[in-house]
Design a protein around this ligand. Structure first.
Ligand code: PHE
Length: 325
């Protein structure tokens, strides 16, 4: 028996079925060549068996090692050839998946809460449906329709006396009714007006702010607002305060900001010292306390910050627009 030839055949086996066939030929329980040789040991004299036994066991081990080694290299070959035959490569790093992020409005509102939070302002929430009482009258609006229409109100069918809030100012009232001075509050949220063009939308966002204490002044108001506008828009943002009218403040002011590189100013916030009548309406004594309030337009601020020309782009859900921010 040319065992050496078997070792060569094992090393050259082309695949695992060829190797299995060789293994069966050699080690098969019935008629395996080596199995038969080993069986013969039983018929030999003890001396002969001892010599032949050592020889056969060494041979058996050589054959087994050769088979194991070939098995190993066939498995390796199978896997390494997969890269030519199988398109799946688990080691490949895939192109990065696109990640979503917050829409720029809620993202900006978080920034607002953060900037004012660091100046000690509490964040309050209000309701989007308000009574006329809170949206207008407790804010010192006169009880005639012209005054209410100053804010192009949406009235609610079958709910006389309720409106979609036209501004976040009613939250001032709720907040002052449930807290005692000194207090500092901001409130971001949606507001509604019958208005629609490139700089007006029937729904938009504002954030209201309020500070009431023993001697809060216009200087305090201007300092806090200037600080916030620089932090929220840009450290070198240009803005101007000018006098204006809102029934719930006295004096009333508005802030305009420079829009882009043009000479255009965009109105972004109304503000002023809280009117004594409003303080009386919430049972705060105007002789002991004073305060200021402001209401920023979120979209307006973002238009200036990012040079966005049309306010309607905020709501179209166009991901190519939104992904820029
Ligand atoms: N509520 C006013 C508006 O929406 C803005 C404002 C808020 C003005 C607070 C003064 C004080 O136009």
């Amino acid at each position: 028996m040319d065992w050496q030839q078997y070792i060569v055949s094992i090393k050259q086996a082309k695949n695992s079925s060829e190797l299995d066939a060789l293994e069966l030929q050699l080690f098969g329980r019935k008629q395996g060549l080596l199995t038969e040789e080993l069986k013969k040991l039983g018929t030999m004299s003890p001396e002969e068996r001892k010599i032949k036994g050592i020889e056969l066991n060494a041979l058996k081990k050589n054959l087994e090692d050769a088979i194991a080694a070939r098995k190993q290299s066939l498995v390796h070959a199978t896997f390494s050839s997969l890269k030519e035959t199988d398109p799946l490569d688990p080691t490949l790093s895939l192109p990065p998946q696109p990640h979503g992020h917050l829409h720029l409005i809620p993202e900006f509102i978080r920034h607002v809460e953060d900037v004012f939070g660091r100046m000690g302002f509490d964040t309050a929430r209000g309701n989007e449906i308000e009574s006329e009482e809170y949206n207008f009258f407790k804010l010192n609006f006169e009880k005639d329709h012209a005054a209410l229409d100053m804010q192009a109100t949406f009235w609610i069918k079958d709910q006389p006396g309720n409106v979609l809030r036209t501004h976040t100012s009613p939250v001032q009232i709720h907040y002052m009714e449930s807290h005692t001075p000194p207090m500092r509050m901001i409130c971001p949220g949606k507001v509604y007006r019958r208005d629609s063009d490139a700089t007006h939308s029937p729904m938009f966002h504002q954030f209201e702010g309020l500070m009431v204490g023993p001697d809060v002044s216009v200087a305090n108001m201007k300092a806090i607002m200037s600080e916030a506008m620089r932090a929220l828009i840009a450290p070198d943002i240009e803005f101007r305060f000018r006098t204006s009218y809102f029934p719930f403040v006295e004096p009333g002011l508005e802030v305009d900001m420079k829009f882009g590189d043009s000479e255009k100013w965009l109105e972004v916030v109304g503000c002023g010292m809280i009117h004594p009548n409003v303080l009386k309406n919430v049972k705060i004594d105007p002789k002991k306390f004073s305060g200021f309030a402001f209401g920023f337009g979120v979209e307006r601020l973002l238009m200036i910050k990012h040079g966005i020309g049309d306010l309607r782009s905020f709501y179209e859900g166009n991901t190519r627009f939104l992904a820029q921010f």
